[in-house]
Design a protein around this ligand. Structure first.
Ligand code: UDX
Length: 460
């Protein structure tokens, strides 16, 4: 087998684009294909349609070196490729199942275009057993007399660290049904110099769901424990720290908060539960993770509703819109669960996010909704009655406890990411609620006496 392969990648979203750029970076000849002409034009100009560290730089470098090209012409891209990677979306449908129409479209295009033996590699997350059907589908529509096989190669990158996650992945999972396919994928990944786990196609498909759902479960478990910590007077951060030293538990993904969002965990939990149901099995642990996460997202809103009587006419500062820092993605973000509720209840929302603002304002434009987007977190705090923190961006962490007291009309803060020490908020005189930790409540709330800033107590 050669050292460098002719690889085409279908789909220039997160999965496809990052894979294409990284394959080019290690020396393969890569063509990225998309039906969206505007996107392809942008990519040719060296502009990445997604916000991702290092991606643009590597993209431009490999494009200039001639190892990376972009096209809407799928026939030319596929006909003589050694391998075609599919990285198109598999969005969630209302019933929780995955929509496979994009995969089917690409599979048919491949079947009609290829003129030489080819390995088709599915990177998109698909229900277990799908790749058997994709292979059958391609065989059914094949035009030329060639050998084509389908392999599974799930993607584990996280948004914001996609390039690093790919070039320095913890492991490469390859699922194949023949020695030829296995050897070819091994060779393609050889220059990455990473651990490769070679299994059957169905096991590979399952590894993806089992891994993502385990992490979602880990987060929901910590959120569940956090809620209990509040009730019994324990502190979730101390509890997590104590747990983390046990290597069997590990130190990652132990942060309680207002729930996981993004494109993977919410979708993959529901998809696996759906798959189980199709087979007559009730995947109870995963259902529980989904349920906890749904409740967690609006936990602070509910707490604030109890505390404030009404949101009508209140100025509400919202710090953080994206589902996590380092991305402009809003999918399943807690902000999207809370801001509509606040607007419905008559609040005037002042929203801050260093990169998510453009996407959010497309959904909630300033003129149409009672919302204003601000350039700095402090700007949103001026005169605010209450502040919600939804994303732990560095720019938001930089806001000092004293700033809330100085700028807000009433320093009432609901922190969904536990970015402050309780004591520093107490010392500054902020009424502070976070996740799984004692609340810093102002005296007047407890006793009904007149409010005086600086007189705030920690109550468990
Ligand atoms: C995730 C997986 O990490 C990745 O391997 C998979 O391929 C796709 O899904 P991503 O969705 O980009 O990646 O983000 P990740 O950093 O994993 O965070 C997911 C969500 O969990 C975020 O909303 C984050 O805020 C939340 N989270 C994460 C917690 O609430 N607590 C934690 O301890 C960790």
């Amino acid at each position: 087998l050669p050292q460098s392969f002719k690889i085409s990648v279908a789909g220039t979203g997160y999965v496809g684009l990052v894979a294409g750029v990284c394959f080019a970076e290690v020396g393969h000849q890569v063509t990225c294909v998309d039906i969206d002409k505007d996107k392809i034009d942008m990519l040719k100009q060296g502009i990445s349609p997604i916000y991702e560290a290092d991606l643009e730089e590597l993209m431009r470098k490999n494009y200039a070196a001639g190892r990376l090209t972009f096209t809407t012409d799928h026939v030319r891209a596929y006909k003589d490729a050694d391998a075609i990677f599919i990285g198109v979306g598999t969005p969630e449908q209302p019933d929780g199942s995955a929509n496979l129409s994009h995969i089917a479209t690409v599979a048919r295009q491949i079947a009609e275009a290829i003129e030489k033996d080819c390995l088709v590699v599915v990177k998109s997350t698909v229900p277990v057993g799908t790749n058997d059907k994709v292979e059958q589908f391609i065989h059914d529509f094949l035009v030329h007399d060639v050998i084509v096989e389908v392999a599974s190669n799930p993607e584990f990158l996280a948004q914001g660290t996609a390039v690093r996650d790919t070039l320095e992945a913890a492991r490469i999972i390859i699922g194949t049904e023949s020695r030829w396919a296995e050897a070819m994928l091994m060779k393609i990944y050889e220059p990455f110099n990473l651990p490769i786990v070679s299994v059957s196609r169905r096991s590979a498909e399952m590894i993806k769901y089992a891994s993502n759902d385990f992490l979602a479960l880990k987060i929901s478990y910590m959120n569940d424990i956090a809620n209990l910590c509040e009730l019994v007077g324990a502190d979730i951060q101390d509890v997590a720290r104590g747990m983390s030293f046990d290597e069997r538990i590990g130190s990652k993904f132990l942060s309680a908060g207002i729930g996981y969002g993004g494109s993977c965990f919410p979708k993959d939990t529901k998809a696996l539960a759906y798959l189980a149901r199709q087979h007559g099995y009730n995947l109870r642990t995963v259902h529980a993770a989904v349920e906890v996460n749904n409740d967690q997202k609006t936990l602070l809103y509910k707490k604030a509703s109890n505390r404030l009587i009404t949101f009508d006419g209140l100025k509400v500062a919202v710090l953080g819109l994206t589902f996590k820092p380092g991305t402009d993605d809003l999918r399943e973000a807690p902000s999207l669960a809370n801001i509509p509720l606040l607007l419905e209840r008559g609040a005037k929302v002042y929203a801050y996010d260093p990169v998510g603002r453009a996407n959010f304002s497309q959904m909630y434009p300033e003129g149409e909704y009672n919302i204003k987007y601000v350039d700095r977190p402090e700007e949103g705090l001026i005169g605010a009655n209450v502040c919600f923190i939804f994303t732990e961006w560095d720019e938001i962490k930089a806001v000092q406890p004293a700033d809330y007291v100085a700028l807000m009309r009433t320093p009432l803060v609901y922190d969904g990411r536990n970015i402050y020490e309780i004591t520093e908020m107490q010392d500054a005189g902020v009424e502070y609620y976070s996740i799984g930790r004692a609340a810093v409540v102002s005296k007047d709330v407890k006793t009904g006496s007149a409010r005086k800033s600086g007189h705030r107590q920690i109550i468990a």
